[in-house]
Design a protein around this ligand. Structure first.
Ligand SMILES: [Zn+2]
Length: 416
């Protein structure tokens, strides 16, 4: 076991080579297209698993395709410390979103092994299955399953745009594993992730100590009107579902702009319209609305404003609306003790740090519901992400990975 005062270092050239190898799989323009359960995802998973086995670690795959690479602790009966993120990308994704977290976790395990550092608890690095939700329309599938927030049968039945089922695709790529999904104690979780915003990069900082997250809510509305002819039907007799969605979209954006000075954000990211044909007043529109704010009470204020906007939209367009799906995340706080430990360790690695809140959704939010959890952010150039132009400054990434290593060791060796 290392002494209290030692700061451990990683092998940065090996991490660079690992990231470079990942950047070749599913290459798309300057980024990646590596959707969950595709051939590219399989190729990356295979490589990740082979790296784990070559280093002599135990590798397990559970029934939804989560991959766990484990370095055994002195007392294997103690719950493990987990580091995890995701290796899948969106349709036009970057080379680092999620990937950096998983491959940094692997580098942590390799560094511990190289340097002969023993830990009391076992340490696992996890590739959470299908985090992006870009293919089966549900994000964080793997961590939701692990924490019991989504049932396995429900996940298996999900289909992509071509009608292919999750379970069949999982089976096809060979990652329907035999380890049970969740149901085992976890000591703690640490997720390293690129910031996905511009703050660290623009302020010349290297590590974001993530103390908590934005409260995120969302819902999907179905507007129901009636089809009619776009010519003869008088304006005041129409029941135009698309018009209602239009009033709503503008109002949602205005609400976001109103709360922007305090960090509020709103988005309509998807709309589906029926029959979506020339000459016909649309009878149905489905609209997804996302809203988020650093303060939970303000999310509630935004919710009331969205409801008022919805009343106006339905009255004006003479349609009805019902909520067909809702979601929320970011309500589980990160662990105060772990945040404190991070605050102590970070200045010993770099002075270029700041505390911040996470704004995007992450597997860590889900895991915070079952175990003490915290996140570490590293800078990404211009905050560009979910984009093939996503990029990092490698030298400014190392301090965050070293914080991950030292935090994991301190956590895995703390007295019971
Ligand atoms: Zn991500």
């Amino acid at each position: 076991m290392g002494s209290e005062n030692e700061i451990y270092r990683i092998d940065s050239e090996r991490l660079r080579a690992t990231l470079d190898a990942s950047s070749e799989i599913g290459r798309f323009e300057t980024g990646l297209k590596r959707l969950a359960l595709t051939d590219e995802d399989k190729e990356m998973r295979d490589l990740f698993v082979s790296w784990g086995r070559e280093a002599g670690f135990d590798v397990k795959v559970d029934a939804v395709g989560n991959i766990f690479i484990r370095r055994e602790g002195i007392d294997p009966s103690l719950p493990p410390v987990m580091m995890g993120s995701h290796l899948d990308t969106t349709i036009r994704g970057g080379r680092y979103d999620g990937i950096l977290g998983v491959l940094s976790g692997l580098e942590v395990l390799r560094s511990l092994e190289d340097q002969g550092i023993q830990t009391q608890r076992s340490i696992e690095v996890v590739d959470w299955s299908d985090e992006e939700g870009a293919r089966f329309n549900t994000s964080m599938i793997g961590s939701f399953a692990f924490t019991g927030k989504l049932g396995i049968e429900e996940i298996y039945a999900k289909t992509d745009a071509a009608g292919k089922r999750f379970v069949d695709e999982l089976e096809r790529i060979g990652y329907r594993g035999d380890a049970p999904v969740g149901g085992r104690p976890v000591d703690s979780c640490i997720e390293l992730h690129i910031e996905q915003g511009p703050e660290l990069d623009e302020e010349g900082l290297d590590i974001g100590l993530v103390t908590g997250s934005y409260s995120v809510r969302g819902f999907r509305l179905a507007f129901e009107g009636e089809t009619s002819h776009v010519g003869p039907t008088p304006m005041d007799r129409r029941r135009n579902a698309l018009a209602a969605a239009g009033y709503m979209i503008a109002a949602v954006n205005d609400i976001g702009l109103k709360h922007a000075p305090e960090g509020g954000k709103t988005t309509c990211a998807r709309i589906d319209v029926w029959p979506n044909l020339y000459g016909i007043v649309p009878s149905k529109a489905e609209l997804s609305i996302d809203y988020r704010h650093p303060e939970e009470e303000k999310v509630e204020v935004m919710r009331r404003e969205l409801e008022e906007a919805l009343d106006y939209a339905t009255d004006r367009a003479r349609v009805t609306a019902k909520t067909i799906a809702t979601w929320r995340f970011g309500d589980n706080d990160f662990d105060a003790e772990m945040v404190d430990e991070m605050r102590k360790l970070a200045p010993r690695i770099t002075s270029r740090t700041k505390e911040m809140l996470s704004q995007a959704g992450h597997d860590a939010y889900t895991l915070a519901g079952i175990a003490p959890t915290v996140m570490i952010f590293t800078p990404c150039k211009g905050g560009i992400t979910h984009n093939t132009a996503e990029d990092i400054d490698f030298d400014r990434t190392i301090p965050g990975v070293e914080l991950l290593l030292n935090l994991v060791v301190s956590r895995a060796n703390r007295s019971v």
